[in-house]
Unconditional design. Structure first.
Ligand code: NI
Length: 183
């Protein structure tokens, strides 16, 4: 695999605080290539050999704004077993329902745009159902849970200009820990 030539913006870049715009179909060739590049990048970041060779940080998701384009698109790459992956390409997502139950990642969330360790709790719904469009503009519904549900909410936040660090109480990063389930 060849490492795609994409540049992931750091949190210092103000564009990451902007709201992305609805995508109009059909997608351009360039958009389709960028989406594929983002997926390849995430996959390679999860394969130890490439992670080491290219000094990558392992990542599960990327929003389009992280490569500097304000369109409501994100991708998630989930490792199922050893080097087999499930890919999600999500365009114009809307959360249509969610669980009452909230969860958080015990070891903290990470983000390829946040290049520092940040401790603290980010409460997320344990399960969500979203409506979105695929790469051809077809609408679909998907229900996700647990770590994938967290990844989806993290990426949807990016589309609204929110980073996970914004959701952590700076004075009391572990506030209300007992109210939510740790995963
Ligand atoms: Ni992120």
């Amino acid at each position: 695999m060849k490492l795609p030539d994409i540049k992931i913006l750091d949190e210092a870049n103000k564009i990451l605080r902007e709201k992305s715009k609805e995508v109009v179909f059909p997608l351009s060739k360039e958009d389709k290539k960028n989406i594929q590049d983002m997926i390849t990048y995430l996959k390679m970041s999860q394969i130890p050999e490439y992670e080491e060779k290219y000094k990558l940080r392992a990542g599960m998701g990327l929003a389009y704004v992280q490569i500097g384009i304000l369109k409501r698109i994100f991708v998630i790459v989930e490792e199922l077993e050893d080097e087999t992956f499930k890919e999600y390409i999500i365009i114009n997502p809307k959360i249509v329902s969610h669980s009452e139950e909230m969860i958080y990642v015990g070891e903290g969330e990470g983000c390829l745009s946040v290049n520092r360790d940040v401790e603290g709790i980010v409460p997320r719904y344990a399960r969500i159902t979203i409506e979105a469009q695929d790469i051809d503009g077809n609408s679909f519904k998907i229900r996700v849970r647990e770590d994938i549900a967290i990844a989806f909410q993290h990426e949807i936040d990016h589309l609204n200009g929110i980073l996970f660090v914004d959701r952590i109480d700076a004075k009391n990063p572990f506030k209300d820990a007992k109210k939510y389930r740790e995963i």
